[in-house]
Ligand binder design. Sequence first.
Ligand code: FES
Length: 162
Amino acid sequence: MALVEKYAEQIQKTFAKYPDKRSAVMPMLHLAQQEYGWVSPESIQEVADICEMDPTQVKSIAGFYTMYSENPKGKYWLQVCTDLACALCGADQYYEDLKKELGVGDGGTTEDGVFTVEHVMCLAACDKAPMMQCNFHFVEKLDMEKTRELLAQWRAEAAQQA
Ligand code: FES
């Protein structure tokens, strides 16, 4: 179902916060990202139609911000910080272990489409390293034991939603 139908009420509420429809382009891109797991060319067109904009303008905005992905992602997008403070707390080894656990390389998606992993720069939770964000929610003070529990929990959630 198209965003404009499925989220009609939410879209109207969002428009009410802005002076015109095009000003709501970023929340609409977030909506597309949340719904589809990435901002596909089709969803760029959807957002352009919703915001009454040229798709090229919408694409340029989506391409500028790293929180919008223009490539398909797993249901759970795991972004592990490997920047300095986290690296000093073992983030590099943690990231290697996580990739090994999931059987993927950097930026890879598991065969079942549940997880995508990638490393990112500082997420401003340096005092809680090693850390990652999962679909933009912070998960902190990680080790592999805790991570295996989380992966099992997320896998179970994904199976329930399938
Ligand atoms: S260096 Fe990892 S959160 Fe800042």
